[in-house]
Write a protein that binds this ligand. Structure first.
Ligand SMILES: Cc1cc2nc3c(=O)[nH]c(=O)nc-3n(C[C@H](O)[C@H](O)[C@H](O)COP(=O)(O)OP(=O)(O)OC[C@H]3O[C@@H](n4cnc5c(N)ncnc54)[C@H](O)[C@@H]3O)c2cc1C
Length: 449
């Protein structure tokens, strides 16, 4: 089969290489020219490219299953496997990899280099203008005005991609109500990393904002502050002096970014809009939008990145799509319909989880208390395990994305009891939201005078 994959992000490259290894002739087209000769890679169409990424176990498993040498290449490029803390008697059994710590830049550079070496496929630079149709199905795409024939078009064009968007029933969701600002730092030679309270890094939730450190490869880590998009008093965090002052005031960030430990490696990076969206494969009448065209990755689902689920949901989709294309080689509409059903059952729940979680977090960040008049969002259910550790094993499959969010329903009643009894999640040391807003306002004013 002749396949064109639109988008050379993680989803497009992974899917393209796996299809090429199944004997298809694959061309990947992306408007991005790839890494520059000096190694830099601005990647303008992907705003999150230099923001922190953590890659979960499912990403490792997808690579090991389909592209095992890429996993080796990533390790050789400095990616750090996340492993659980050693048990009291040392390990013994095989080490379980819970994910990888590396920059998105490192991840994609390795994947793209492998794709460019892959026999049976080509990576082309160009803008895909639209999808070509004939006899009620796709016949390929138009790249910079020139038709390019294909039997299957895989649209892995990301959250910002417009290709074929209007063929489908409109996306559900939109802005998640939370804004991001981050900066990368590099550990000084011989400096040891700072504290971590999660396999992803250090995550501290305050009433009104959140501070996170994501360690990456090569001694580089990102410090992140998230806030409600409505919280105008914290907008100035995107200025360097203000971000640095906030990082000095928030204990975990201060610890990691102490000049005795680390130096800034990038400018302060304001995040664009963060989305919770889901858009299926079907048109407004419930039929496959265009036989031979299938959407995958962020062009199906994008979620608030705060717990790093996007590449996982993308590669899980890619894995299922590969299986269905193999199962229905002569009926791509059937494969697409089955894929849509699978995404509705297995991917949309993560979208719904974030919608409920983020809306409630925004409400609490605006001063609201835990609301027992409605189901608890998943972050509060997970937090309740601090009050009753016997619940923790029940939330672990959800935390690792091994069980869907409705697996938390079993914990909901006990969590509600805990909150009804007056317990609230402990707040880490550090400035309150009002103290942070005051500091931000003062530093911003000092910068203007
Ligand atoms: C701030 C932020 C932080 C994140 N952190 C994490 C994290 O820690 N862990 C995690 O797993 N996920 C994270 N994510 C999500 C993750 O970045 C996405 O899930 C991932 O980028 C999806 O990959 P993709 O290949 O589907 O799309 P993209 O990476 O967006 O790639 C799409 C590609 O398509 C190309 N393209 C689009 N339209 C066209 C066209 N018409 N012609 C040619 N080329 C086109 C673009 O140039 C781009 O290269 C984060 C997201 C954000 C916003």
């Amino acid at each position: 089969m002749r396949v064109v994959v639109v988008g050379a992000g993680p989803t497009g490259l992974f899917t393209a290489m796996a299809l090429a290894r199944r004997g298809h002739g694959v061309t990947v087209v992306d408007r991005d020219a790839g890494p520059q000769p000096d190694g830099s890679w601005p990647r303008r169409g992907v705003m999150q490219f230099h923001h922190p990424h953590a890659f979960r176990a499912q990403v490792v498993e997808a690579l090991q299953a389909e592209l095992p040498e890429v996993w080796g290449d990533l390790l050789a490029a400095g990616a750090q496997p996340m492993t659980p803390p050693a048990g009291p008697n040392g390990s013994g059994g095989p080490v379980q990899v819970m994910g990888i710590r590396c920059r998105r830049l490192t991840f994609e550079r390795v994947l793209r280099a492998a794709a460019e070496r892959e026999p049976g496929m080509a990576v082309r630079v160009g803008h895909v203008d639209d999808v070509c149709t004939g006899h009620g199905r796709t016949t390929g795409v138009r790249v910079d005005g020139i038709p390019f024939d294909a039997d299957l078009v895989v649209a892995a064009s990301g959250r910002a991609g417009r290709l074929g968007r209007d063929l489908r029933a409109p996306a559900r969701g939109g802005d998640c109500g939370i804004a991001y600002v981050s900066r990368q730092y590099r550990l000084n030679p011989d400096a040891v990393p700072g504290p971590m309270n999660s396999p992803l890094g250090q995550i501290d939730l305050y009433p009104g904002y959140q501070a996170i450190v994501f360690p990456h490869d090569d001694g580089i880590f990102s410090a992140v502050i998230t806030r409600s998009s409505d919280d105008g008093a914290l907008t100035a965090l995107r200025s360097t002096e203000v971000f640095e002052a906030a990082a000095r005031a928030i204990p975990a960030l201060a610890d990691w970014t102490d000049p005795a430990r680390a130096r800034p490696y990038t400018p302060v990076l304001p995040g664009g809009r963060l989305l919770n969206t889901f858009q299926g494969q079907l048109d407004g009448d419930g039929a496959v939008a265009l036989p031979g065209l299938v959407f995958v990755g962020d062009s199906v689902c994008t979620t608030n990145p705060v717990v790093g689920r996007g590449v996982t949901t993308s590669l899980l989709q890619a894995g299922e799509l590969l299986r269905l294309v193999e199962e229905h080689p002569h009926d791509l509409a059937a494969a697409t319909l089955a894929f849509d059903g699978w995404c509705t059952d297995n991917i949309a729940p993560w979208y719904h989880d974030h919608v409920a979680w983020d809306a409630d977090l925004g409400r609490r960040w605006a001063g609201g208390d835990v609301d027992l008049g409605r189901p608890l969002p998943s972050d509060l259910i997970v937090a309740a395990t601090a009050a009753d550790p016997s619940l923790f094993p029940l939330v672990v499959p959800y935390l690792g994305m091994r069980a869907l969010p409705d697996s938390l329903d079993a914990v909901q009643p006990r969590a509600r009891e805990i909150y009804a009894g007056g317990w609230r999640p402990p707040v880490p040391d550090g400035p309150t939201r009002d103290e942070l807003a005051e500091l931000v306002g003062a530093r911003a004013a000092a910068g203007r005078s």
